[in-house]
Design a protein around this ligand. Structure first.
Ligand code: HEM
Length: 404
């Protein structure tokens, strides 16, 4: 590692290749995952590709048709804490739905949720980076998601959109996520309403309809695909990096995301009961469908530019790109037109493993790679960037699509 100085490494970042256009998603795969592996333990076993949200969808469609959304958004802006009563003045059908939707499932285990908070505190640095660069970048090669995000109202302002999504990653990991003074229930219920609105609105977009390979977006299967890009991918990376995680903490982290899935309107029969079940479902629904789209490439570019405005050095686009290549592999990086980095790419390959080992106390400090301080600074800055982007944001129901 001799000869690597911070300045050289930052200078050697290089430029990203031009953003191009690629398309063609993989064909859909048959659904064979059994509900016996779910938190419900039983179920009809229907392919979730053809299941949406039968409670929220007609309700929000009706709010949109009645012209109630602006007023509802104004009222819901004041609803921020899980334990807070719903604001007065909401339409009665919406209020009834939200009172039901805000209840935690009977299988929620407060002990596990508390432990998940501990885990999030201990592992916050890794989690911030992984949500941002592993999950966030992966979402851009999930074709249905990339198209939905791009052509929905929020697609017109991607930075704001990314910030809002980051809010969920922040809320699920913050203190008291699901307790009365936390915010995760509020965020999840609002997001459930947003998704229902998108299911009603996107089919009316001429732009989305032209490129989409479906008539109604955000099926339960899509929800699970995105869910796997979050906790399943994050845990797979932590395991691959050999970060020591006690099994009860690992189970607690899973549990907080199982409850999150339920609160987002995913049916219990599709939510995996264990990491083994999650990995097997992800291998079936997530890995085979990853593919580039023009919309995803544009989204990825915006995500990679997010750091430059905050810290042009350590979070520059080439460095974020190299981390993306390191985390998601060459194929995805190439799909996203992420340039090769002659210094960063090999450095990450050689030094990241020892860096984690030193950080975790598994290697004595004298063997610390020289890149240690740089990686550590990167972790801190990136975690701050991806998680702090989230804080003061209010999630609102869209009432239109991206205008062009
Ligand atoms: C909105 C999270 C699945 C497409 C949101 C928001 C959050 C979120 C927090 C609110 C932020 C905003 O308003 O921009 C999640 C999570 C998912 C999931 C945690 C799964 C576990 C999906 C899937 C799709 C999708 C599968 C599409 C296939 C969208 C769109 C919006 C949205 C289009 C609205 C953007 C707008 O306001 O126009 N999601 N999402 N989401 N999500 Fe998801």
């Amino acid at each position: 590692m001799d000869g690597f100085s911070r300045r050289n490494i930052l200078k050697a970042g290089g430029a990203l290749g031009a953003v191009g256009a690629l398309s063609i998603a993989s064909p859909a795969h048959a659904w064979t995952w059994s509900p016996t592996g779910s938190v419900a333990g039983t179920g009809a076993g229907l392919d979730p590709r053809w299941v949406w949200d039968e409670e929220a969808d007609p309700l929000v469609a009706s709010l949109l048709d009645r012209g109630d959304v602006t007023q509802v958004n104004t009222l819901l802006r004041t609803w921020t804490k899980n334990g807070q009563p719903l604001p007065a003045g909401l339409p009665a059908d919406l209020r009834d739905f939200m009172e039901r939707a805000r209840q935690l499932p009977s299988w929620a285990d407060q002990g596990k949720l508390d432990l998940a908070v501990e885990f999030n505190k201990k592992r916050g640095l890794y989690l911030g980076v992984l949500y941002g660069l592993a999950s966030g970048m992966m979402s851009t090669v999930i074709p249905k998601e990339a198209r939905a995000v791009y052509y929905s109202q929020g697609g017109a302002d991607m930075k704001d959109r990314i910030s809002k999504t980051a809010k969920l990653g922040y809320d699920i990991g913050s203190n008291n996520a699901y307790c009365p003074d936390g915010e995760m229930i509020v965020t999840a219920v609002k997001t459930r309403l947003v998704h229902a609105a998108v299911r009603h609105l996107l089919p009316q977009s001429p732009y989305w309809s032209q490129v989409a390979d479906e008539e109604i977006p955000i099926s339960q299967r899509d929800m699970m695909v995105t869910w796997h890009s979050l906790p399943t991918t994050v845990m797979q990376k932590l395991v691959a990096w050999k970060v020591p995680i006690p099994s009860n903490e690992s189970a607690a982290f899973l549990h907080s995301w199982q409850v999150g899935a339920h609160m987002l309107g995913i049916k219990d029969e599709y939510i995996p009961a264990s990491w083994a079940e999650a990995n097997s479902q992800a291998a079936q629904v997530l890995t085979p469908i990853l593919a580039p789209t023009p919309e995803g490439i544009k989204l990825a570019d915006i995500l990679l530019n997010l750091g430059s405005s905050v810290d042009a050095g350590i979070l520059s686009k080439p460095i974020l790109g190299a981390f993306t290549r390191f985390m998601l592999g060459d194929q995805i990086a190439n799909w996203l037109k992420i340039g090769r980095e002659p210094i960063w790419d090999p450095l990450l390959k050689v030094a990241w493993g020892p860096f984690i080992a030193v950080r975790e106390g598994l290697l004595p400090f004298p063997l610390a790679p020289e890149a240690y301080w740089l990686f550590d600074e990167f972790l801190r800055k990136a975690a701050l960037l991806f998680l702090s982007e989230a804080r003061p944001i209010s999630i609102e129901i869209p009432d239109s699509n991206r205008p062009s």
